[in-house]
Each structure stands twice: as structure tokens, then as C-alpha cells.
Write a protein that binds this ligand. Structure first.
Ligand code: SER
Length: 883
């Protein structure tokens, strides 16, 4: 068999299936479009809707080399020949098209004729009663009967998860030879050891399994096959484990170089090197697909992988940051196919460095704490680490629980997991309690009572703007009332309402509740308890009584403006995901009639190009005038549509799915426009960071956006008139002017110095002279300290052996003083600092400094005259005293 690189093998596979009519797709993201899965765990995941018959595929045959992440066996990585967190699955798929008859012979042809594996080393396993597969292997392929092995559910029935598409499968097994055997007497095909290697899994996907475990036949029979590229490479390259293939070896060599150790010299060190080599591949690809290290979900898995690598790095003696420096070898090993690594390289580097830096700071203290704790327990003869310690390590030092567990395991310890969970729960409770608003808790009871007595409010505002209804209750200052008098403020509860109560970022409606000669002005609408709407406002006219029949009308124009901003928020969310990546998740929002605010996670400031792209993408959807549709369904069904949901939001059993046709699908209870065209126009007015990893966008649409555009237009038109230039040249014209202004300002300063100093040189006369040292006093109005010094230098040219006192009187009559004493003056005993102190003391001011230079001043110039008068005498005194 010819030796081939992993890149060649990947290409041969894809080409082979292209020859068989399959469309080649680039690997799909590691983030599946599937709420039931955390990661893409197999090549078939992106195609799930086609197998289930929910969506129509664009082709009936497909092939991919798919990036996959599986972390259930993370502890085995590096300990065995073939466990990885990240791997590539070579796959080919038929959506109701070719089936067993075709795929079995094709797989054989590919393995033996294209790759050149020896047929004598190959076996096929099949599902217990799958005679069809059996016959094809025997009769069409010609595989001897004894090399077709029937196995049960565990080995030969494949499913992506507890529910979903599944079916019997047939696996191609490669016999690595007796030297790889575990040596057990019953070691045979199906044994978990390294001898009989499962290389390629052919799944005959025929069923869907529901939550109760029932299998129902799928509308069509499908094929899903998957072969681990790492395994195939290890067989073809004839190396004992995946880690010696060209997919891993360059990375391993780089780690060994950084750690200055020889791979293969010490099993403990090899383990650490293999773990890092595995985890850096996974981390790089996860970040490239937009996952960021966090404390939940995918982000938590990523954080664990990075932190685990760093700890293994320390075990190898690597003390500096090293993860990001492995990226170039990862890129080279994976090849050009994975352009995302190259495109996202700076983001990957930045994220790795930040996480490494963050964890490095606490790793040492955390490890010491754990060490001390372990030693203490050992001396006490206890082998269980208290959950509280694991919690402190998690909470304060950032040790993922599983990492602490692993370290404990190395010492033969376990963790009291229940106690850890209790601490975690207590912390969640603290977080929940602190976020609740005290006032809401206090006022709740009256509203809950009403809801209990009269039921929930019937919201009709998705379709109506006004309704005739009845006043159910009136509440003033938390107490129920029977009536409200003119001028009084309070909350009115109605049986039905078109008023939307503030929720999910959308502000509450305003409007009126009226009867003949009665008007209640609704200034805000809230839901103090779930499903009960309180109309908050003031009675402008008449008397409002409980039980009265009224007409409730919202301010419909305002509501329309709110709706425009709300639908725009959904468009922005989707556009951000498309421009920045799938990691973008909503972290909060505000939707008002005049602006919207959208917070989301992203690690860097948006460039102006990105902002433009988002704006443009949203505007394109507005121009397309897409229908905005809503549908109520169960949360399960909603998830199946791929609707985006907020992470921490609690949803009821029945949810509302909002879909901007062909663009975005999201769970949302808010109110929206009917078609995107109503939004009119969009402008993002601001983008800013509001905390670690969270960005905020402020945007306006509809009338507000139009107003801004108009104002901007006026401003530009005005500028154009002033400058007599055209619009395109205005900015460069203004820049030119700013530059000219700077030049003029500088020239002006120079002129000021020049004019001040020319006059001065002529007019300056010493106020005193002692021992050949002249004392000069000069006063200026509104002059900078910088300029004063320059003037001082000029005077010094005329009076080289002198003490110069320069006084500046500035804004609000503040006095600034500078004393400059020449070397001779200092040599003859003058100290500018002392002189300054004494002169400023006359004004009740302050000052001091060094012998040659001093500064001082006073809050006002009231006593400046006196100080100037006394100055020569003070100078003389000091000179005489020293001289
Ligand atoms: N889905 C199957 C597997 O993961 C074959 O691709 O093994």
C-alpha cells in the first residue's frame, strides 16, 4: 500500500464520491443549527432536516470532510491511540437516493482499489438481522462468509443522539495484526482493543426515534457514512497511533520544542504533549467558528480545553504563554481546506492569549491551595475533597470542576460533588435574589390577589389597537380602590387590553382609557405579575369606577414606531450573526419608538466596515419588503424550526415564533410590523463596549432615522454653501482648514513671543542690583507659562547674571509667578525657591522650587502690587544675607 498524507486521503475520498454524483460541501460549522446538540458530532448533523424530511435538500447526494467535536471521552485523550476531542469525519450522504446496494460495493472499491488496503485484512460487521447487507457483502463484494460478522444494538445500530434519525449500520474493520491484540482469548472483531480497527461506518438511516423511544420509518431510506480521517491516515501511514500521523506529528514536535523535552522519552510527558496537541486543534477550530470561553455550554467546553492544556503545559515545565504560538503548525497540518483558521487567525490568537493570561494569574495560587488541602486530608487519612474547596477553586481561581476532579484523581481522591452542587446552587440563588427589584417584590401582593380573583388580562394588542372592555381593578400605592378621582394617579387593570406591557426590551404602550366624560391618560404599561397588565397613569377628567365599561385605545402611531424598531432589532441580530459569526448572542435590548439598543457578545470593537455591512444587510431586507410572520407552537416544535432563543429566558410550554421570511427566526412575544418595508430606513448611530466581551449597538429606524438623515443633509448643504465646494470634497476641505488653523496657531504663538520679547529687551530695567546680580521684575496679562519661560530666556540674554521674576495674571485674576536665577546668582547664594516663598507669602499665596527655578502663585491679584513693591527689598535681603 502506498503511503499518503492526510491531505491526499481527504481529497481522494471527496473526489471518489464526486465521481459518484455527490456534491462536495465545505465542512459545516462546529456549532450545529440544532438545539438538541452542543456540537457537530458527526458528518450527518448538518443534514439532519433532510433525513427527517423536514426540509428539501438541494441535491440528493452529498459528501464532506466534516469538523467534529466530541468531549465525552476527554479523559482518554492521549491515553489511547485514537481518542480525540476534535476530529474530521469523511462522509457521504444519500437523501432517499442510493442505498445499501450501491454504498457497500463503493466503500469496498474505495478501500481496496483506491487506497490499496489488503482485502485479507478487512472484515465487515452488520446488524443482527440485516440479511440484505449480508447478501450484498457476500455476493456483490465477494467477502467470505466468515469475515461478515453479525453484531447487536450496541455496535451496529447508529443514532446521533437519544432522539432523531437512526438505523442499522455496517462497519468496515481493519485487522492491524496480532501484535496489536489485547491478548485476551476472546479477542476478535468487535473487541475494544487496537487490533480490529473500526474504520468506516455505513449507516442505513431508515428510522426516526421519538422521545418515548419509538422507531418510525423515515419518509425515505437514506445513507450516512462516516470514516475518521485520523484513523485512516494512521493505517495508511503505518503508524501505531493517530498521534504519529502527519495530522498531529508537526504539532507534537512544536510542543516538544517549546517544552524542551523529547517526545517518546517519558510516558507522562508524552501524555501531556498529546493532550495539548489534541486540545489546540479543537480550541482553534472552535474559536474560528465563533465560540468564546465562558462558563456555560460550548463556551465552557472551550474554556476547559484551554485551561486543561495550560495545566498540562505547566506539567511539562512551560511557564510562558504558549497556546497561540502553536497556531501556525496547526494551520499547516490542517492545510488550506480550512481557510477559516487563516481568516480568523487574529481572533483565535487574541482569544487564546486572553484566556491563557486570565488563567495563568490564578493557576499557581489555585494549585497551591489544592496541594495544601490534599496534604492536610492525606494526613487526616481522608480521600474526599470537600465540595466547598472545589467550589472556591471554581469560583475564585477559575478551575473548571472537571479539572479539579482530574487533579484529585491523580492523587487517588474524589470530590464531594453534592456539596459542590449545593454551593453552586446557593450562588445561583444569590445572583437571582440580587437581581430582583425590591419594589417589585413589595408591591406584588395586591396584583397577585387581583389575578387570583379576576384572572389574567386578555391581551388583544397583536391585532387590535382599541377595545371596549371593563375595569377589573384600580390600584393606588399598592392598595385596591373602588374609584379614582380626577387628578389622581394609579394603575388600572382591565379585562381585555390592546396595551403591550413592557417586556423583552419592548417598552410599554401609552394611550387612553375613556368613557363619556372620563379620560384616564395611560403613561406606561407594565406587568407587575405575569399575565396581568397594569395601565399606569393619571385621571384627567371625571371619575373612574371599578366595573365601568370603557374604551381602551393605544397611541397607535407610537406603537407603530416601536414595532418598526422591534423588527429592526431582529434584523440586526441576524445581520450581526452573519457579519461577525455565529457566536453572536443577544445579551439584552431596549426597543422604544425613537431608538433601539442591542447588546451582544463579541470580543472586539466593530470596524466601520462591519458596521456598514450590518446596516447594509438590514437595509436590503427592508427593501425586499419581507413578510413578518408569527406562529404559536410548542417549545419543542419551535426548536425544530431552529428559532433563536435567549439563553437564560424562561419560556412557557407554548411559545410565539417570529419569522422574517427567509432571513431570521426567533422566539419573541413582542409586537412587530407586518412587512419589513414598513421599517423604512435604518441607521446605526453608535457602537460601544459595555463590559468584558459585551458590545452595544444603538440604532434608529423609520421617522427618527429619516429625521437624522434630513438634519445631516441640512448640515452638509450648509457646509457646502459656506465653502462653495461640492459635497464630495467637503471633508477634505474641512481637514485642510483644520491643518491650516494649526499652522496659524503655531505662527501666532511664535509672533506673540517675538513681539513680547522685542519690546521687553528694550524696556526691561533691573529693579535692584546686588553684587553684580540684577533683579528683574516683569508682569504680563493672560499669557501661558510656556511663553513666560521663553520671555525669561530672552531677558536672560540681555542680563546674563540675573534673577528674573516673571508674573502672569490670568483668568479671574489668578497670579502665576516664575523665578529664574542664573548660575552666577545661585553661586552667589540666591535660592529662587526661597525668594518665591517669601514673595508669594506677601500675597497669601504659595510657592517654592529649586535654587535656579521656582514656581508659585496666588488665587487673586489683590496684593500683587504690594508684593511687587516689596520684591526688590526681599531680593536684596537674601543676597546680602548670603553674600
Ligand atoms: N453518523 C455515523 C457516525 O458518526 C456515520 O457517519 O459514525
Amino acid at each position: 500500500m502506498q503511503n499518503r498524507s492526510a491531505k491526499e486521503l481527504r481529497e481522494m475520498f471527496l473526489q471518489y464520491f464526486e465521481e459518484k454524483g455527490c456534491k462536495r460541501y465545505h465542512s459545516f460549522s462546529l456549532i450545529p443549527d440544532d438545539p438538541t446538540l452542543l456540537f457537530t458530532v458527526a458528518g450527518m448533523v448538518p443534514f439532519k432536516p433532510y433525513f427527517l424530511g423536514i426540509k428539501k435538500p438541494e441535491v440528493l447526494r452529498a459528501t464532506t470532510a466534516q469538523k467534529c467535536v466530541r468531549t465525552n471521552d476527554i479523559e482518554n485523550v492521549g491515553r489511547t491511540a485514537r481518542h480525540h476531542t476534535f476530529f474530521e469525519m469523511l462522509g457521504n450522504f444519500s437523501f432517499g437516493d442510493y442505498f445499501k446496494e450501491e454504498i457497500i460495493p463503493w466503500s469496498w472499491e474505495f478501500m481496496t482499489e483506491r487506497i490499496g488496503l489488503e482485502p485479507e485484512r478487512l472484515y465487515a460487521t452488520i446488524y443482527l438481522d440485516d440479511d440484505e447487507a449480508h447478501d450484498i457483502w457476500r455476493d456483490k463484494v465477494g467477502l467470505p462468509e466468515e469475515r461478515i460478522i453479525r453484531l447487536g444494538d450496541e455496535d451496529n445500530f447508529w443514532a446521533a443522539g437519544p432522539t432523531g434519525p437512526c438505523g442499522p449500520c455496517s462497519e468496515i474493520i481493519y485487522d492491524q495484526g496480532p501484535e496489536y491484540s489485547c491478548g485476551k482469548p476472546d479477542c476478535a472483531v468487535g473487541c475494544d482493543c487496537d487490533r480490529y480497527l473500526e474504520i468506516w461506518n455505513l449507516v442505513f438511516m431508515q428510522f426516526n426515534r421519538d422521545e418515548a423511544g419509538n422507531l418510525t420509518p423515515l419518509p425515505k431510506k437514506n445513507i450516512d457514512t462516516g470514516m475518521g480521517l485520523e484513523r485512516l491516515a494512521s493505517v495508511v501511514q503505518n503508524v501505531p497511533t493517530d498521534f504519529e500521523t502527519d495530522l498531529f506529528l508537526p504539532i507534537i514536535e512544536e510542543i516538544s520544542k517549546i517544552a524542551n523535552v523529547t517526545y517518546g522519552s517519558d510516558p507522562k510527558k508524552d501524555l501531556a504533549i498529546k493532550v495539548i496537541a489534541d486540545h489546540i486543534r479543537a480550541s482553534a477550530f472552535m474559536i474560528a467558528d465563533g465560540i468564546l470561553p465562558t462558563n456555560e455550554g460550548r463556551g465552557y467546553v472551550l474554556r476547559r480545553l484551554i485551561r486543561r492544556s495550560i495545566r498540562y503545559g505547566r506539567l511539562l515545565g512551560i511557564e510562558r504563554m504558549f497556546m497561540a504560538s502553536l497556531l501556525p503548525v496547526v494551520q499547516t497540518a490542517m492545510g488550506v481546506e480550512y481557510h477559516e483558521l487563516e481568516e480568523q487567525s487574529s481572533a483565535i490568537e487574541q482569544v487564546l492569549n486572553t484566556e491563557e493570561d486570565r488563567f495563568s494569574r490564578t493557576l499557581v495560587q489555585g494549585s497551591e491551595l489544592l496541594d495544601t488541602e490534599v496534604k492536610k486530608l492525606v494526613s487526616d487519612g481522608v480521600k474526599v475533597l470537600p465540595g466547598e474547596v472545589a467550589f472556591v477553586l471554581y469560583d475564585t481561581y477559575g478551575f473548571p470542576y472537571e479539572l479539579t476532579e482530574e487533579i484529585c484523581d491523580e492523587h487517588g481522591f474524589t470530590i464531594d460533588k453534592d456539596a459542590f452542587e449545593t454551593e453552586m446552587e446557593a450562588q445561583r440563588e444569590r445572583a437571582r435574589a440580587s437581581s430582583k427589584q425590591a419594589s417589585a417584590v413589595m408591591a406584588k401582593s395586591a396584583y397577585s390577589d387581583i389575578r387570583e380573583k379576576s384572572g389574567t388580562t386578555n391581551f388583544v394588542g397583536y391585532t387590535m389597537t382599541e377595545i371596549e372592555t371593563q375595569v377589573v381593578a384600580i390600584i393606588v400605592d399598592g392598595e385596591e380602590r373602588d374609584l379614582l378621582n380626577e387628578g389622581e394617579s394609579g394603575d388600572v387593570i382591565l379585562a381585555d387590553t390592546p396595551f403591550y406591557a413592557e417586556k423583552g426590551g419592548q417598552v410599554g404602550d401609552t394611550g387612553s382609557i375613556a368613557q363619556e366624560r372620563v379620560i384616564f391618560d395611560v403613561k406606561d404599561t407594565v406587568a407587575p405579575v405575569d399575565d396581568l397588565t397594569a395601565h399606569r397613569g393619571t385621571l384627567l377628567k371625571g371619575t373612574l369606577t371599578k366595573g365601568a365599561l370603557v374604551k381602551a385605545s393605544i397611541d397607535a402611531e407610537r406603537r407603530k414606531a416601536i414595532q418598526r424598531h422591534h423588527t429592526a432589532t431582529h434584523l440586526i441580530h441576524e445581520a450581526l450573526t452573519r457579519v461577525l459569526g455565529k457566536h453572536v448572542r443577544q445579551a439584552g435590548s431596549i426597543v422604544t419608538p425613537t431608538f433601539l439598543r442591542f447588546d451582544f457578545n463579541h470580543f472586539a470593537q466593530l470596524t466601520s466596515e462591519q458596521i456598514h455591512d450590518v446596516e447594509k444587510l438590514v437595509f436590503e431586507q427592508i427593501l425586499k419588503d419581507l413578510p413578518v410572520l408569527t406562529e404559536e407552537m410548542s417549545i419543542e416544535d419551535a426548536k425544530k424550526t431552529g428559532a433563536r432563543a435567549l439563553f437564560d429566558e424562561k419560556y412557557g410550554d407554548l411559545v410565539r415564533v417570529l419569522c422574517v421570511e427567509g432571513f431570521s427566526t426567533e422566539l419573541c412575544g413582542g409586537t412587530h410590523v407586518k412587512r419589513t418595508g414598513e421599517i423604512g430606513v435604518i441607521k446605526i448611530v453608535r457602537e460601544e463596549g459595555i463590559g468584558s466581551g459585551i458590545r452595544r449597538i444603538n440604532a434608529i429606524v423609520g421617522q427618527t432615522a429619516f429625521d437624522i438623515f434630513q438634519r445631516m443633509g441640512f448640515a452638509v448643504a450648509h457646509l457646502v454653501t459656506i465653502f462653495g465646494d461640492d459635497m464630495e470634497n467637503i471633508t477634505s476641505r474641512v481637514e485642510e482648514l483644520m491643518d491650516e488653523k494649526k499652522v496659524l496657531e503655531r505662527k501666532n504663538r511664535e509672533l506673540q513671543v517675538k513681539s513680547a520679547t522685542t519690546n521687553i529687551q528694550d524696556s526691561v530695567k533691573p529693579a535692584a542690583s546686588v553684587n553684580g546680580i540684577d533683579f528683574i521684575v516683569e508682569k504680563f496679562q493672560n499669557i501661558s507659562i510656556e511663553l513666560i519661560r521663553q520671555i525669561g530666556d530672552k531677558i536672560r540674554q540681555k542680563y546674563p547674571t540675573s534673577v528674573i521674576l516673571l508674573i502672569g495674571v490670568g483668568e479671574e485674576k489668578r497670579v502665576n509667578m516664575t523665578v529664574m536665577a542664573s548660575d552666577e546668582a545661585v553661586a552667589k547664594g540666591m535660592n529662587a525657591g526661597t525668594l518665591m516663598k517669601e514673595i508669594t507669602a506677601v500675597m497669601g499665596g504659595k510657592g517654592g522650587g529649586k535654587p535656579a527655578l521656582a514656581q508659585g502663585g496666588a488665587a487673586n491679584d489683590e496684593k500683587l502690587g504690594e508684593a511687587m513693591q516689596k520684591a526688590p527689598a526681599i531680593f536684596e535681603n537674601l543676597m546680602n544675607a548670603k553674600g
